[in-house]
Write a protein that binds this ligand. Structure first.
Ligand SMILES: [Fe+2]
Length: 311
């Protein structure tokens, strides 16, 4: 006798399937493939001024002991989300007060920080090497490298962290451990470390070239670009397969993306444009520069870069 899905199943059939951890493919609770991408995360802008105000207040009740966690995570505002900024990346504003250190630790996620405000005496310690941090610098801590921070200046230090933690969570490859010393001993100092990209040099190079990619040798999952846009210069609108976070490093930048509309951003402001949201960037009054942090290398390496794209 022919059987169709219109024929009622025998009593108890589905309950028995569940007991054996089966799910009937002809009656999925939700579809598991779809015709074209369905972006889950949404564009969002965060303001540096808001972060500064909140972090500065938090000093009253978040003690030095928790200096390494005195940060504000840029949580994508979709229902149910409590952590990622977009599918594979997370960003956070961080404050380290004068005299504070952030404990040395290491983890499987790759991390980097964009220094916003810092005075001489602030450094990241990477595998025992002191790497000084100045405003505009990008300092990398690739996976499993020991790293801690110290602020021996007389001013608060603010930076923006970017990590591939959501990707690593999805890959079930999370490892984390604290160093046996609170702050690893300084064995040497290397102001020209290959893990440090000087803000001044990036700004100068990008003024000449427009778009400078860097750090790819050290960061396999995260693409970094310094981008310069002159006043009124506008990138062509594009919907990208990859996720992109932009932090303004100088001047004024406008971003045009639905549903936010056209938003003007200044130094320290951050916008996330998750996959498939059409957007364009433009230089605002006087032009501006941004750091682009992207998971594009993941798509490229996995071969998804040009598969079925609708641009
Ligand atoms: Fe870390």
């Amino acid at each position: 006798m022919a059987t169709t899905i219109d024929t009622p199943a025998p009593a108890g059939f589905f309950e028995a399937l569940e007991e054996h951890a089966f799910s009937p493919g002809w009656a999925k609770r939700e579809p598991q493939m779809w015709g074209k991408p369905r972006p889950k995360y949404r564009p969002m802008v965060w303001r540096y001024a808001d972060a500064l105000a909140a972090l500065s207040k938090s000093v009253d009740f978040v003690s030095t002991e928790f200096a390494e966690r005195r940060n504000l995570i840029l949580v994508n505002p979709v229902p149910g989300n409590i952590y990622p900024t977009c599918r594979h990346l997370v960003a956070a504003y961080q404050l380290v007060m004068p005299g504070e250190t952030a404990r040395s630790h290491r983890h499987s996620p790759n991390a980097l920080r964009l220094v916003m405000d810092a005075s001489p005496g602030i450094y990241t310690l990477v595998d025992g090497v002191r790497v000084d941090m100045a405003p505009g610098d990008v300092v990398l801590t690739p996976q499993w490298m020991w790293h801690g921070h110290a602020n021996y200046s007389d001013q608060p230090a603010f930076w923006i962290d970017f990590l591939d933690v959501p990707l690593v969570q999805n890959l079930e490859n999370m490892y984390f451990e604290h160093h046996e010393d609170t702050l690893q001993a300084v064995e040497s100092s290397d102001p020209e470390s290959p893990l440090r990209f000087h803000g001044a040099a990036l700004a100068e190079n990008v003024r000449a070239q427009g778009d400078v990619a860097f750090g790819q040798a050290q960061m396999p999952t995260i693409g970094l670009h310094a981008i310069c846009l002159a006043a009124g210069e506008r990138q062509d609108p594009v919907a990208r397969i990859d996720n992109n976070i932009y932090a303004v490093t100088a001047g004024e930048i406008t971003v045009e993306v639905a549903p936010l509309g056209t938003v003007t951003m200044t130094r320290g402001d951050v916008v996330v444009v998750p996959s498939w949201h059409p957007f364009s960037l433009a230089g605002g009054a006087g032009g501006g520069q941004v750091l682009r942090v992207t998971d594009e290398p993941v798509f490229t390496k996995l071969g998804f870069r040009d598969v079925g794209l609708e641009r």
